[in-house]
Design a protein around this ligand. Structure first.
Ligand code: PAF
Length: 294
């Protein structure tokens, strides 16, 4: 595995591979790699000849009171994991490589509307930071395909829209959420949970599953389902940010045209903000079908 911090050097190495007709898959990450990331890398290996992984904790997507400084940085362990998975290129730029004039003077890419709802309303500017850096990383790596986790379902939807809107020549591949045995979605932030919080954390997934079950059984008062779920989380000791039943394509309210429902939740447990989602495909032949997705 070759590791580059320098943009030019990475581009030279990738140009050589591209000129040999090799297909390039890209997995952007912020490091502290867990099995969820490893699944992304494995999918990338199935899709291309060359896999490029980036590790960059992007300051532009963190709010002023968020965990940029304490975000776990575990480069040596991450490198071992990527090497073991057969990754050929690792890109580890510094903040000054990505934002040479400082991040606030950098051109930004914004996907309106989709970036402002759900996580976007509680983390203003977060998704502009994500789309700006992903756009720049795409321009540096110029991948044929880029792989993202479905755990960050809103992020994935926003990136798909950016790629569509800007006619970017990249396929975007989503990979199912990886969970611990008790259902907690893998996340680098799970490491912030103390023992008691860790025991409680799977409730977020259980609440999503109960809500999906209720919808699949025909219960269609979504406002009631949302407020019941929020109450359950609150009573258990979470500070719910949102619990929302939405159209999986638009992330807006469910309508008669909705083909798939996404149920999305974000809640704080102590100092840890957890997010998760489940989806439900609506069977066109019945009113509310029952094709659950992870
Ligand atoms: O999902 C993440 O880890 C980050 O938001 C990403 C896509 C690497 C951009 O910094």
């Amino acid at each position: 595995m070759r590791t580059y911090a320098n943009i030019q050097q990475l581009q030279n190495a990738l140009r050589e591979r591209r000129s040999q007709g090799q297909r390039i898959a890209f997995v952007p990450t912020m490091g502290n790699l867990h099995n969820g990331h490893i699944d992304l890398v494995r999918r990338a290996r199935q899709l291309a000849d060359v896999v490029v992984v980036s590790i960059f904790v992007n300051p532009l997507q963190f709010g002023p009171r968020e965990d940029l400084d304490s975000y776990p940085r575990t480069l040596a362990a991450d490198k071992e994991k990527l090497f073991a998975e057969g990754v050929q290129f690792l890109f580890t730029p510094e903040v000054s490589d990505i934002y040479p004039e400082g991040m606030h003077l950098h051109t930004q890419v914004q996907v309106p509307d989709l970036s402002e709802t759900l996580c976007g309303s509680s983390r203003p500017g977060h998704f502009n930071g994500v789309t700006t850096v992903v756009n720049k990383l795409f321009n540096i790596v110029q991948p044929d395909v880029a792989v993202f986790g479905e755990k960050d379902f809103q992020q994935l939807s926003i990136i798909r829209k950016m790629v569509r809107d800007l006619c970017m020549p990249v396929e975007v591949e989503g990979v199912a959420t990886v969970r611990d045995a008790d259902g907690l979605a893998k996340s680098s932030r799970n490491g912030y949970l103390n023992d008691q919080e860790r025991r409680l954390a799977p409730l977020i997934h259980e609440t999503l599953l109960s809500c999906r079950e209720a919808i699949a059984c025909g219960f269609d008062n979504f406002l009631q389902l949302e407020s019941h779920a929020r109450m359950q989380l609150l009573q258990a000791g979470f500070e719910p940010d949102y619990f929302a039943i939405r159209d999986a394509r638009t992330l807006r309210a469910v309508t008669e045209e909705t083909e798939e429902i996404a149920i999305l939740a974000a809640a704080r447990l102590g100092r840890t903000r957890l997010i998760d989602n489940v989806r439900l495909s609506l069977n066109p032949v019945s009113d509310w079908g029952m094709l659950a997705s992870p």
